[in-house]
Design a protein around this ligand. Structure first.
Ligand code: ATP
Ligand code: MG
Length: 386
């Protein structure tokens, strides 16, 4: 969470933590509040959703029991205000902004007027008293309920906790941050004892298939300041309609269109009649241009029905001429690939120090890189046909 916030909570500032119902917002904030309290701060966790006993029960389950962590329950903002003034905390958590209401505001809790007014009063108080404030909100990215737009300009940072409720992983992303970048992500795993830091986040973005499939290529991508290995997957099928479908998930759609044109023109792959689908495993968002080579090779691999070597990773930006361009910190990427047991890595420029266990191969063009696709499958097919 510190990483996503760009260092931690800032006094006088307000952070909005949004996310779907049940994703784990209360759990995350109770654990974060506990950590702050353990570091010697006074933290006031005010819940309008649950009774103090319910919060305490969760606290016991996740081991949040620091003496400086004070829990209150209620929905009256006037009472909360008095509590905050009396306790003079370093950090205040309001769970959630939709459940509190100020008696002076003639509008029901959760209404736009009430949410906006309560948030304005709380942020004002935080600025005046110099404590950090966290507002938990039932807000989805689409802004369905009292949308983030209402609150976004009022707060200094907006974080979203995302995840599939059926899976155990949760991603924390920043969409606005006055004190740091928004590129960083936090990766957690939900367990009976709360959210745990994922020790090896690269594993999360690699699909867990054990057999080698065509259309899957791994790239060490920059996500925030971290290098994480991400699986890029592609599928191509003969298009049944006039205009072929192109869908990109986790990869920029315009970038995909350019790469398809390059593959067609510079590597001779007839993709114009193909529906092309590209996705990243685990919902990683690749904004780093050095993922070009992985996207192009995944598409080529799917189209040619030839798998890419499972022990190799690739990194490189692709130019319009099909040339592979140098890109940002290659050494760190090579190291991450090595750390996760890859044996070979395809990089743009020669001169990368070939380290201990991993073979570093430089590659000049996308056409060159395609020769890396394993021929077995076609050979097997031909053999069978023969
Ligand atoms: N005993 C348990 N063991 C494992 N996971 C649990 C347990 N109890 C709750 N959880 C997890 O915690 C999640 C609920 O977390 P939490 O209440 O923090 O979410 P929330 O975002 O605050 O929800 P709401 O929108 O209802 O306030 C559940 O979806 C579940 O994944
Ligand atoms: Mg909750």
């Amino acid at each position: 969470m510190d990483r996503v916030l760009g260092g931690g909570f800032v006094r006088g500032s307000t952070v909005l933590v949004g996310g779907d119902p049940g994703v784990g917002k209360s759990t995350l904030m109770l654990q974060a509040a506990d950590r702050a309290a353990r570091a010697g701060r006074t933290v006031l966790y005010l819940s309008g959703e649950e009774s103090a006993a319910q919060v305490a029960m969760r606290g016991r389950r996740v081991g949040a029991n620091a003496p400086g962590l004070l829990v209150g329950s209620g929905t009256n903002l006037a009472e909360f205000g008095a509590d905050i003034e009396a306790r003079n905390p370093d950090l205040v958590v309001i769970d959630s902004i939709q459940t509190v209401a100020h008696p002076d505001v003639p509008s029901v809790p959760g209404s736009l007027t009430q949410v906006r007014e309560c948030a304005a009063r709380l942020t004002g108080a935080a600025k005046a008293a110099g404590h950090a404030l966290v507002l938990i909100g039932h807000v989805t990215k689409e802004g369905s309920v009292a949308g983030p737009r209402t609150l976004e300009h009022l707060v200094d940072a907006v974080l979203y906790l995302e995840g599939d409720r059926l899976q155990d992983y949760r991603l924390l992303r920043g969409v606005k941050n006055r004190f740091g970048s928004t590129g960083e992500i936090g990766i957690f795993e939900m367990s009976g004892s709360g959210l745990q830091d994922v020790a090896n986040p690269s594993r999360y973005f690699l699909s867990r298939t054990t057999h080698v499939l065509p259309g899957v290529v791994v790239t060490p991508a920059l996500v925030g300041t971290r290098t994480l290995l991400v699986d890029v997957q592609a599928l191509t099928t003969r298009s049944g309609y006039g205009t072929p479908a192109r869908r990109a998930n986790g990869v920029d759609a315009t970038r995909l269109a350019v790469l398809l044109a390059v593959l067609e023109k510079r590597a001779g792959l007839q993709l114009s009649g193909e529906d092309v689908f590209v996705a990243t495993a685990g919902g990683a968002k690749l904004e780093d241009p050095s993922c070009d080579l992985a996207v192009a090779l995944a598409v080529a691999s799917a189209f040619l029905d030839r798998p890419f070597p499972h022990d190799a990773a690739v990194v490189g930006e692709i130019g319009l001429g099909g040339e592979i361009r140098p890109c940002g910190p290659v050494e760190a990427r090579v190291e991450e690939a090595e750390r996760l047991g890859f044996k070979r890595v395809l990089v743009p420029a020669p001169g990368i120090r070939a380290s201990r266990a991993i073979e570093v191969v430089s590659c000049g063009s996308v056409d060159d890189a395609i020769t890396w696709l394993e021929p077995q499958r076609t050979q097997r097919k031909t053999a069978k046909g023969a």
